[in-house]
Structure formats: structure tokens, C-alpha cells
Design a protein around this ligand. Structure first.
Ligand SMILES: *[C@@H]1O[C@H](CO)[C@@H](O)[C@H](O)[C@H]1NC(C)=O
Ligand SMILES: *[C@@H]1O[C@H](CO)[C@@H](O)[C@H](O)[C@H]1NC(C)=O
Ligand SMILES: *[C@@H]1O[C@H](CO)[C@@H](O)[C@H](O)[C@H]1NC(C)=O
Ligand SMILES: *[C@@H]1O[C@H](CO)[C@@H](O)[C@H](O)[C@H]1NC(C)=O
Ligand SMILES: *[C@@H]1O[C@H](CO)[C@@H](O)[C@H](O)[C@H]1NC(C)=O
Length: 471
């Protein structure tokens, strides 16, 4: 018997040992992984992810042709965000509003205890010092005092969302879908927002408009993902505009073919993971826009707090031409798209497909989801842009009433001054800051000197006449 059974035993033992080793290894791996995950979720200042100074070496995605920059100094800090955006309404002192002889029903006392936790959205609330008193409880369930243009019990719902939901409540009865599934805002639940900004050719963008686009959303966007086409050296002004406290990934492509939304998206995703340990997740929000559009922050912030799942939604934005002082007679146009990332994946990050899937837009003829500014460039830059894209040139008519008709800076200045569209016949509508409710994004009005060219028509004949009259 001896040798055979000894070999058998040996084999069995070694199999057992190997199995134990495997189990041990798997366990160790899992422990490691879950530790990783835990630290990912925390808002520790453990590591400061400032990677490249000037995109040296290791970041460059495909050698020579394109380049990028990654900057992620600040991590998500949801809890503190909530406390900054919402405040808790205090119950009034008892002896003030509630004289001893007044008999308060038991349920009021109970509710008083429950809703001692009434949180109001700061931006939408009228009077932060107002207190809850007993009359509130007797009348209706207590709610915050909303400023005009804000809705809901906690005043967190801006006008354009409210309207979109109203419009949709009719439509969804038929189709059975809602574009936005809502939840109540809470401190533990705040979506991350990724803003994918497609600037197109760098030489045709307006730096002023770019700054406005970014500054308007600085508090709302968690990661800026900006891509543009340029074959010259890296654009430093972009980094200056973004500042040192902003999370961003930049992608410079040498040609438009390399800057499709899907290529850019997969680049951003990979870099966020590799350089910032940020994993994009299905419930995160993705906003996509072009170089012309400035989105209004209110609706975006709302979706971050209150939406569970967002089907693709487009924005109805104000249609400005040359500056915020002229409006196209069509008034608005559809622009941009926002959705939960899950839906982005199902179209393979193809933005035009995502846009085609979009249902009713955010914003309407009177309440815009943002501002689109067409040809908001200095006259010389407009000419360069027309020359470089034959497709746009066809929309431009040469003035045939001049002897040697050609498009030069003077001609463009006349168009801007008189409010005539590039097609040389569409008359634009004149807008005035005093009489226009949504004249410009808040950021532009607050820092009007920084955005002068967008706010003031330098070539306006009327302005010149006004000035002459004053003299
Ligand atoms: C309410 O009562 C407390 C003591 O019960 C008293 O200190 C306080 O001054 C009273 N407040 C008002 C507004 O009467
Ligand atoms: C805000 O509420 C406080 C307390 O109820 C009240 O005294 C004050 O007059 C209110 N202010 C405005 C502007 O309504
Ligand atoms: C850079 O791009 C411009 C047009 O955007 C083009 O005319 C030029 O030839 C390009 N230069 C190089 C070196 O590729
Ligand atoms: C303006 O609206 C009309 C009708 O809706 C449309 O045919 C036209 O293309 C629009 N023009 C622009 C420049 O958007
Ligand atoms: C400009 O051209 C249009 C059509 O091409 C013509 O109807 C119009 O009379 C011309 N204007 C002048 C001033 O020649």
C-alpha cells in the first residue's frame, strides 16, 4: 500500500494548500479594493492632484498630434455644499406667537417637532430671517417664502424647471415617461456635474464669451472637460480663465476629425481616472455645450440636487447676435444637452444622437435656459472666420449697392451698428438692459467691465448720436 497512498495524500494536501492560498489571495485583494473605494468617497485632503505644469510628457494622448492638461485640486464636498445652499428655518419663540391661553391641537405640536427640519433653498427664498410660527402649521404644511421665479416647498425649483415639468405633465400622461425623476434634496445626495465644452477652432472663439461661459458655471460644475482644435502652441489663457481652484481636463486636437465628442469623451474619462482617481458614474450629470452658449446656472443646480435620472434635455436659449444687445427675430434656439451619464453611454458618447433623443427643452420663449451669442467677435475676427469656413460664407450676402463690393471690417461694423444679420437683410431686435428681464447672465451684469464688448454695442449709431447730443 505504502507509496501509492502517500503520493495520494501528498497530492490531496497540496491541492488543499493551493486552494487555501487562492482564497487568501482573493480575500486580500478584496480588502485592498474596498479600502480604495472608501477613500475614494471621502473628501480627504490626502492627496493633492495637481499634475501637470504644462502638459509635460506623460499626459500627451497620442504623440505629437494632440495634447491635454489635467488639473483636479478640489474634491467633491457635498455636505458643505448643502449647508451653503440651504438653511434651516427656525421655529418662532413660543411665547411670542402662541399665547398661553390659546389651545394648540396636539397634531400641531407633533408637526412642529417633525418640521423643525424645514430647509429652504437660499437662492429662491425671500426672507431668511422669517420664522415658522403656529399660524403656518394651522393653515397648511409649513413652507419657505419663495422669491418670484422660484417654486416648491423649499423654493428650490427655478422657473424654467417648473415650466418644463408643467408642460411635461400633460405630455407624459400620453407617453408615460418623465424626463426628470425627482427626489427631495438632501445633504447626502448631490450629483456631480461634468461640463463638456466643445470650443471648435480656437482662433474663432471669443475669449470674453469663453470667460463668461466658465465663470457663470464655476460654482455649479464639478469638472470642466474642454476640447478645441488648434495646431499652434498650448493656450495659456484658457488655464488663466479656469483658475487654480477648478477641476478640469483640457484636450487640444490638431484637427476637427480628432475632436469628435466620442473621442474627447473617452479621453476625458480615462484621464480623470488615471490622473485624478475620479470615476465617472452612470448617475452623474453631463452637460454638453458649444463655444456660443452660456448656460444659466439655476436649472443645472436644481438637477444636481433633485434629479434621480435625467433623460436627455436640450435648452431653449436666447438667440443673440454680435452681442447681448441684439436678438435674432427668431428669439430663441435650441442648444446644448444635459443628461445622466448612463444615457451618454448608450449612444456611445455621440452628442448629436443624444440631442436627437431629447424631449421637451428647458426654457421657453420668455424664460431662457441660457444665452447663445452668434458672431460675438471683433469685426476682424468675424472676417477671418467667414474666410475659413466656406459653409458659413454662403449665408453671407455681399452688399451690391456699393461700387467695389467686398466684406471688410467697416462693412461688418456697419452691420453690427445697425443690427443687420450677416445675411445682410434680417433686421435684429434691439435690446436694452433697463427693459429686458434676461438681458445678460448674472455674472456679466455683476462684472460689467470685464464683459464690456458683449454688453455694449461699440458701433451703435444711436449711441454716438446720444453722445453728440450730450455735448
Ligand atoms: C419667552 O420666554 C422666555 C422665558 O420663558 C423669556 O426669556 C423670553 O424673553 C420670552 N420671549 C419673548 C419674546 O417674550
Ligand atoms: C423678514 O422676517 C422677519 C421676521 O419674521 C421680519 O421681521 C422682517 O420684516 C421680514 N423682512 C422682510 C423684508 O419681509
Ligand atoms: C493649422 O491650421 C490652419 C487652419 O486652421 C491651416 O491653415 C494650417 O495649414 C495649419 N498648419 C499646420 C502646420 O498644420
Ligand atoms: C428662424 O425660424 C424659421 C422658422 O422657424 C426657420 O426656418 C429658420 O431657419 C430660422 N432661422 C435661423 C437663423 O435660425
Ligand atoms: C441688389 O441685388 C438684388 C438682387 O440680387 C436686387 O434686387 C437689388 O436691386 C440690388 N440692389 C442694388 C442697389 O443694386
Amino acid at each position: 500500500m505504502g507509496r501509492r497512498s502517500v503520493t495520494k495524500k501528498l497530492v490531496l494536501w497540496s491541492v488543499l494548500v493551493v486552494q487555501l492560498c487562492l482564497i487568501g489571495c482573493i480575500w486580500l485583494l478584496q480588502v485592498d479594493y474596498s479600502q480604495d473605494r472608501n477613500t475614494l468617497g471621502q473628501t480627504s485632503s490626502r492627496v493633492n492632484f495637481v499634475t501637470s505644469r504644462d502638459g509635460e510628457g506623460k499626459i500627451s494622448p497620442d504623440k505629437g498630434s494632440s495634447g491635454g492638461d489635467i488639473h483636479c485640486p478640489r474634491r467633491q464636498d457635498n455636505v458643505n455644499r448643502y449647508e451653503a445652499d440651504f438653511y434651516r428655518m427656525k421655529p418662532a419663540a413660543l411665547n411670542e406667537t402662541h399665547p398661553p391661553d390659546y389651545n394648540v391641537p396636539a397634531y400641531v405640536d407633533a408637526e412642529m417637532g417633525l418640521t423643525a427640519n424645514l430647509w429652504c433653498y437660499r437662492e429662491g427664498t425671500l426672507n431668511e430671517s422669517r420664522q415658522i410660527n403656529y399660524v403656518d402649521y394651522l393653515m397648511v404644511s409649513p413652507h419657505c417664502d419663495c422669491a418670484s421665479g422660484w417654486h416648491g416647498r423649499d423654493c428650490g425649483q427655478p422657473e424654467i424647471i417648473w415650466r418644463a415639468l408643467m408642460t411635461h405633465s400633460g405630455a407624459s400622461k400620453r407617453s408615460g415617461t418623465t424626463p426628470i425623476q425627482l427626489v427631495e434634496a438632501s445633504s447626502g445626495y448631490l450629483h456631480r456635474l461634468f461640463y463638456m465644452l466643445d470650443l471648435g477652432a480656437w482662433e474663432h472663439i471669443s475669449l470674453e464669451l469663453l470667460e463668461l461661459q466658465i465663470q457663470s458655471l464655476l460654482d455649479v460644475v464639478d469638472y470642466f472637460l474642454i476640447y478645441y482644435v488648434s495646431n499652434t502652441t498650448k493656450q495659456r489663457n484658457l488655464k488663466n480663465i479656469l483658475g487654480s481652484q477648478t477641476n478640469y481636463v483640457l484636450l487640444q486636437c490638431s484637427s476637427a476629425a480628432k475632436c469628435t465628442s466620442s473621442l474627447a469623451y473617452s479621453y476625458f474619462r480615462r484621464q480623470l481616472w488615471l490622473q485624478c482617481s475620479v470615476q465617472m458614474q452612470a448617475q452623474d450629470l453631463l452637460l454638453h455645450g458649444d463655444s456660443q452658449t452660456v448656460f444659466a446656472p439655476a436649472a443645472l443646480k436644481y438637477l444636481k440636487y433633485y434629479a434621480r435620472d435625467v433623460l436627455p434635455l436640450r435648452f431653449r436659449v436666447k438667440y443673440n447676435v454680435y452681442g447681448l444687445f441684439w436678438q435674432h427675430p427668431n428669439k430663441t434656439l435650441l442648444s446644448g444637452v444635459i443628461s445622466s451619464l448612463g444615457h451618454m453611454h448608450s449612444v456611445h458618447a455621440d452628442i448629436s444622437r443624444l440631442q436627437r433623443q431629447a424631449g421637451s427643452p428647458l426654457g421657453d420663449l420668455n424664460h431662457y435656459g441660457g444665452w447663445s451669442c452668434e458672431f460675438c467677435l471683433p469685426p476682424e475676427q468675424i472676417i477671418l472666420r467667414l474666410q475659413s469656413s466656406p459653409h458659413q460664407q454662403s449665408a453671407v450676402r455681399l452688399p451690391n449697392d456699393t461700387r467695389n463690393a467686398h466684406i471688410d471690417a467697416t462693412y461688418i461694423q456697419q452691420l453690427i451698428g445697425n443690427g443687420v444679420h450677416m445675411d445682410s437683410f434680417t433686421q435684429l431686435l434691439r435690446l436694452r438692459e433697463q427693459s429686458e428681464k434676461y438681458f445678460a447672465p448674472k455674472e456679466a451684469l455683476q462684472h460689467s467691465s470685464r464683459y464690456g464688448q458683449l454688453l455694449v454695442n461699440l458701433y451703435d449709431v444711436d449711441v454716438l448720436e446720444d453722445l453728440q447730443d450730450e455735448d
